[in-house]
Ligand binder design. Structure first.
Ligand code: KG4
Ligand code: ZN
Length: 348
């Protein structure tokens, strides 16, 4: 891994992070959507503390994330998660090497809370600030507690993104394909709502699908680019199906619909990932993003091992939004972004 040099904000001294540069202890903040999180991570792989304050209960009453409400909740939670992260790691501010925070993509009001808290700590303790791209960080979750090294192929599936990424080196990657409309997580959330499930939909749909028949209904695959995805037609197909079933019997078997939908979408994701690996001759795969918490996609990607692949799937707590992945990314990724960028308005 190459080294990178970052500057302290007050004394303007060089701080070197990377191989052969001594231990790097990084405090990281994440606040791009509806989790306020703080973690302290050593050398990109060892999590000393990982605190997450979830806003699920608040947004549940609205059926989804309300940006203004999310930003206010981050403000209320941020000091406490920072204090707990220091306490759990038993680390003092002076011992930190750098302070990192997500700067995009995400909800702008939410991002500003974490980034400004991190920049304040950076100034007060004269530690370098490292701004992080949330999507890079999801992929970096796979470095935690492992010995993963590039090259590898990543399937990034979150609430706002669905991408197949060829990662050639720690900071060198290429997006081979992505969704042209809904993201995988978005599709899970929308279908969950059709089935009357509460927010967060993907999680509840996954649970329901465990008791359903995955072959009860078949959906057609969208015709898009070799490694691209399209899920908006699928959502419409499920809408029509549920309307028809409800008209026949209001008490129709929702678990069968959930299982068939999950089977379809995870099948498309796994097949395209495999095709990308074969085309580029890459034998390591990693799964990333909130939808990587899905039981069926985990099973399908794990099964790549039978084909001789080395498979990395983050622990559940590092799939959905967390700050440990931000701390890992701050260590491994060369990019240092110092401000909230222009992509901030999209969902992470
Ligand atoms: O990465 P993430 O926590 O936030 C973003 O960066 O977007 O991903 C959130 C997405 C949501 O759409 C949520 O429904 C989905 O991940 N998700 C799941 C599961 N757990 C979370 N989708 C399917 N199955 C799950 N078990
Ligand atoms: Zn995320």
């Amino acid at each position: 891994m190459p080294q990178k040099t970052v500057k302290t904000p007050l004394s303007y001294k060089d701080v070197v992070i990377g191989d052969n540069a001594g231990d790097a202890i990084i405090l990281a903040l994440e606040s791009s959507c509806d989790e306020t999180a703080c973690a302290i991570v050593k050398n990109g792989r060892e999590v000393l503390s990982n605190i997450v304050a979830s806003q699920i209960k608040t947004h549940m009453q609205f059926g989804g994330v309300v940006p203004e409400v999310a930003a206010r909740e981050h403000l209320e939670a941020v000091n406490e998660v920072i204090a707990k992260a220091f306490e759990e790691a038993n680390v003092k501010p002076e011992e930190l090497t750098a302070i990192a925070a997500t700067v995009g993509p995400g909800l702008v009001g939410s991002l500003l809370v974490g980034m400004n808290a991190a920049k304040t700590l950076s100034l007060v303790f004269d530690k370098p600030f490292i701004g992080i791209n949330h999507l890079h960080a999801h992929v970096c979750a796979n470095y935690i507690d492992t010995d993963l090294k590039p090259p590898f192929m990543a399937l990034l599936i979150s609430g706002g993104h669905t991408q197949i990424i060829k990662v050639s080196d720690y900071s060198d990657s290429e997006i081979l394909g992505e969704t042209i409309d809904d993201a995988a997580g978005e599709a899970f959330d929308k279908v969950a709502r059709l089935l009357g499930l509460p927010y967060p939909g993907g999680y509840h749909l996954d649970k329901m699908a465990e008791n359903g028949n995955p072959n009860a209904y078949k959906f057609t695959r969208a015709h898009v680019g070799e490694f691209d995805f399209s899920f908006s037609g699928l959502k419409t197909a499920v809408l029509q199906l549920t309307k028809k079933l409800a008209a026949e019997n209001p008490d129709y078997n929702r678990a069968d619909v959930a299982a068939s939908f999950r089977e379809h979408i995870t099948g498309v994701l796994a097949d395209k990932l495999l095709n990308a690996c074969e085309k580029y001759g890459i034998k390591q795969v990693v799964l990333a993003g909130g939808v990587a918490a899905n039981s069926e996609i985990r099973r399908k990607i794990k099964a790549f091992e039978e084909k001789g692949y080395k498979v990395y799937i983050p622990a559940m707590k590092y799939c959905t939004d967390n700050a440990a992945m931000i701390g890992s990314c701050a260590y491994f990724h060369e990019d240092v972004i110092t401000d909230v960028g222009t992509e901030v308005f999209s969902r992470a």
